[in-house]
Design a protein around this ligand. Structure first.
Ligand SMILES: C[S@@+](CC[C@H](N)C(=O)[O-])C[C@H]1O[C@@H](n2cnc3c(N)ncnc32)[C@H](O)[C@@H]1O
Ligand code: SF4
Ligand code: SF4
Length: 347
């Protein structure tokens, strides 16, 4: 699924936000004409789902019109709205349509402020408690510091009887990235993360990774055992999903920006911008990112542990988010461009 970035504007300032390059820099929202062009591009390969993202997408001045367009477009079967949940009350009638799903990014009251947090809680109550939208909603957390808070989220998950939660280890911003290697960053988050996972699973809630997963080499035997035991208790089998313990690479997400350039994902926004007009379809664009970015990922090593690691050699692990490796990937791209020129095969 690819996403359309509707606006840079956001009502929050999440400390970890990697959309920071865009968010609140100016009030740049997508025109209706470009929204339609982005939508056509996504649907051009026969895809039937798309995401609406931002900034905070609900703050687009014509968001209702966009929701209506999605409802009326018969080719779209599913549309996911990425939101911080605080303005959901303004669109409840449209949101009730069967096509919509919501990924609600829940920040703690200490980050959002009590008033905004209360608004989020009121909106969840309206959507889930009163309008029965629970099956359309996923709650998510961004684990962004070693002592990240989670009690508030467990309370919400229990209140609405969720059995899954989306978890994401945030990608540090560019400045921090330069100072820290991926593995020591993961190590700083790991202890609290497993404490959180254990509590979740004891309550019958399974975590599901989104971005930037913990590499398998950093999962200790006792953590595996806890995950196995709890999975067996919840699901009646000890088999863990690859999402949790095995695969640490990601497919190109593809976000289409307001000016109809695409990025592979927000974490790589500075390096991967290309105009969508250069490609015949979203499938071709995805292939371009696989060839120009992902193909190099397993050939760049950031830690001596990774050199002989089978998971790297078999392309199961990138050793953390590609954002950490982007400088090396750029150098490798340059190298192969020169080789191609040397052999008379350059562009
Ligand atoms: C950029 S936000 C835009 C949509 C909406 N405002 C929200 O917060 O969901 C989209 C997603 O990016 C994720 N995100 C933001 N900063 C991140 C980071 N540094 N690393 C990983 N994910 C991040 C958040 O979890 C959020 O779900
Ligand atoms: S709500 Fe979303 S876009 Fe806004 S600052 Fe937080 S993560 Fe970024
Ligand atoms: S490639 Fe590196 S980070 Fe990934 S599992 Fe192997 S040693 Fe760990």
């Amino acid at each position: 699924m690819a996403n359309i970035v509707l606006t840079d504007v956001c009502n929050l300032r999440c400390p970890y936000c990697f959309a920071g390059e865009f968010v609140n820099q100016d009030a740049n929202e997508i025109s209706m004409q470009n929204y339609r062009a982005a939508k056509e591009f996504i649907l051009s390969s026969g895809e039937s789902s798309l995401g609406l993202i931002g900034g905070e997408p609900l703050l687009h001045s014509r968001f209702k019109e966009i929701l209506q367009d999605v409802i009326e477009d018969k080719r779209i079967r599913k549309a996911t709205v990425f939101t911080n949940g605080i303005h959901c009350d303004e669109f409840l009638n449209e949101f009730a349509h069967e096509k919509f799903r919501f990924l609600i990014n829940c920040n703690p009251p200490s980050d959002t402020g009590q008033r905004q947090y209360q608004k989020l809680c009121d909106n969840l109550e309206e959507m889930i408690g009163n309008r029965y939208m629970r099956d359309k909603v996923s709650l998510g957390i961004n684990m962004y510091k070693p002592d990240f808070e989670y009690d508030y989220l467990i309370e919400l998950l229990e209140k609405y009887r969720f059995d899954q939660v989306r978890v994401s280890i945030t990608v540090p911003n560019l400045e921090e990235r330069g100072r820290q290697d991926a593995l020591s960053y993961f190590e700083s988050i790991r202890p609290r993360m497993f404490e959180f996972f254990k509590l979740l699973m004891e309550k019958g809630i399974r975590p599901h990774y989104d971005c930037n997963r913990l590499p398998a080499c950093m999962i200790r035997e006792e953590d595996y055992e806890m995950l196995r035991e709890e999975t067996a208790r919840i699901l009646g089998g000890r088999k863990l999903t690859a999402n949790m313990v095995e695969i640490v690479r990601c497919n190109p997400v593809i976000d289409i920006l307001q000016d109809l350039t695409a990025i592979r994902c927000f974490g790589l926004s500075q390096y991967t911008k290309v105009p969508i007009g250069r490609f015949r379809s979203i499938a071709e664009l995805r292939e371009y990112y696989r060839r120009e970015v992902d193909a190099y990922a397993c050939n760049t090593v950031h830690h001596t542990n990774c050199i002989d690691c089978e998971r790297r050699l078999t392309a199961k692990c990138y050793g953390g988010c590609l954002a950490y490796k982007m400088n090396d990937i750029l150098k490798l791209q340059e190298c192969s461009r020169r080789q191609m020129e040397l052999h008379g095969q350059g562009e």
